[in-house]
Design a protein around this ligand. Structure first.
Ligand SMILES: N[C@@H](CCC(=O)N[C@@H](CS)C(=O)NCC(=O)O)C(=O)O
Length: 320
C-alpha cells in the first residue's frame, strides 16, 4: 500500500494520483494541514506535497517527478517512461522543466484568481476542519480570507506577478506547446508518457484564469487536456473550479483582462541547460512577514490591473 500525503487540490499532487491510478497501484490519501504538516514530519525528505511512503519498500520520497520515476522503476507494469534511453531523457527533462515553470506560474495565477474573485473559498481549501469547520461558515470565512490571502501572497509572491512577467512567461511557454500538440498527440514519442501527465495536471489551475482559459490560441491545448482527463477518468473539475464558476455565473462577471501585458516575455530565470531537479519558489512566512504582505494583498485584491469582463464559460470540449 502506498500512502500519498496530499493537499487535495494541488496540481502537483494530482499528477502523482494520476500516475498511481494509471499504474493500477493500491494507494490511500492522507490529507495534511498545510500550515502545520505534522502528518509527514517523521519522513526525512523535503516537506512538500505530494510525498509518498511506500510500506512495501520503506521508501519515503517527495517531489512529484522523482516520485513518478521511483514508481516506474519499482513497479515497471504499465510504464510511464519510454524504454528508449534518449526518449526517456526527453520525458524527464519535460517533467522537470514543466514543474519549474508551468507548475509554479499556474499555481501563482490560480490563487491570484481566487483572491481577486472569491477569497472566501480559501478557508474551505485550507481550514475545512479547524475549530469544527468554523471558518468555512458564512461570515467567518470572510474573516479568514484576508489572513489566508496574505499568507499565500507572501508564500508565492503574487504581488510580483507583474514584475516577474508571469502572464507573459506562461504565454510564451504554452503557445509553442499548443502548436506542437496540434501536430502530434504526445509530447514525446508515440504514446502517453509521464510528460503528458505532467503537462495536463499542471495546466489545471489555468482553467480558472480567463487570460489562458479563453485564449483563442490555447483552445486546442485545453481540449487536449480535457480529452486526456476523460480517457484516463480524471475529475473534470476540482472543487475550486466549481466554486469560482458558481460565483461567476451568479455575478455575471469575472476578472479577465490583463491591462499591462508586455509585447515580449521577460527572459526566463531558468537556463537552457538540462535540469537535474525541479525548481520551487516557496518563500518563508512568519508573523512579521505576514503583516508586511498586507499592502500587496490589498493591491492584488482590488487594484491588480486585471479588469472585470462579462462572464463567459470556457468551452474546452473535446476536439474529434
Ligand atoms: N516540485 C514540487 C512542488 C511541490 C509543492 O510546491 N507543493 C506545494 C503544494 S502545491 C506544497 O507542498 N506546499 C506546502 C507549503 O507551501 O508549505 C513537486 O513537483 O512536487
Amino acid at each position: 500500500m502506498i500512502e500519498l500525503y496530499q493537499l487535495r487540490w494541488s496540481h502537483y499532487v494530482e499528477k502523482v494520483r494520476w500516475a498511481l491510478d494509471y499504474k493500477g497501484l493500491p494507494w490511500r490519501a492522507i490529507d495534511i494541514v498545510a500550515y502545520r504538516k505534522e502528518e509527514m514530519r517523521r519522513f526525512d525528505c523535503a516537506q512538500t506535497v505530494p510525498l509518498i511512503h511506500d510500506s512495501a519498500t520503506g521508501v519515503a520520497i517527495s517531489d512529484s517527478s522523482p516520485i513518478i520515476r521511483y514508481l516506474d522503476e519499482t513497479y515497471p507494469e504499465r510504464p510511464l517512461f519510454p524504454s528508449d534511453p534518449s526518449e526517456r531523457d526527453r520525458v524527464w527533462q519535460w517533467m522537470l522543466r514543466l514543474d519549474s515553470t508551468l507548475g509554479l506560474y499556474a499555481r501563482r495565477l490560480g490563487y491570484t484568481q481566487l483572491i481577486m474573485e472569491c477569497p472566501q473559498v480559501l478557508s474551505r481549501l485550507f481550514m475545512p476542519e479547524v475549530c469544527g469547520g468554523l471558518f468555512t461558515r458564512r461570515g467567518w470565512r470572510n474573516l479568514a480570507a484576508p489572513v489566508l490571502g496574505m499568507m499565500l501572497t507572501r508564500r508565492f509572491r503574487f504581488d510580483r506577478n507583474r514584475q516577474d512577467g508571469v502572464y507573459e512567461q506562461l504565454e510564451s511557454l504554452l503557445l509553442p506547446i499548443a502548436e506542437r500538440l496540434s501536430k502530434s498527440a504526445w509530447l514525446v514519442g508515440e504514446r502517453c508518457s509521464a510528460a503528458d501527465i505532467t503537462l495536463a495536471s499542471l495546466l489545471r489551475p489555468l482553467r480558472i484564469v480567463p487570460h489562458f482559459s479563453h485564449h483563442p490560441r490555447l483552445q486546442a491545448l485545453f481540449a487536449w487536456q480535457a480529452r486526456l482527463f476523460r480517457v484516463h477518468g480524471r475529475e473534470p473539475a476540482l472543487l475550486y473550479e466549481a466554486w469560482i464558476d458558481a460565483q461567476r455565473r451568479q455575478s455575471g462577471r469575472m476578472r479577465g483582462r490583463v491591462s499591462w501585458l508586455a509585447a515580449s516575455a521577460p527572459a526566463s530565470a531558468l537556463s537552457d541547460e538540462p535540469l537535474r531537479e525541479a525548481v520551487n519558489d516557496l518563500h518563508p512566512v512568519s508573523a512579521l512577514t505576514l503583516f508586511k504582505a498586507l499592502p500587496g494583498y490589498v493591491r492584488l485584491r482590488w487594484f491588480s490591473g486585471v479588469h472585470t469582463v462579462a462572464y463567459a464559460p470556457a468551452v474546452h470540449g473535446d476536439v474529434a
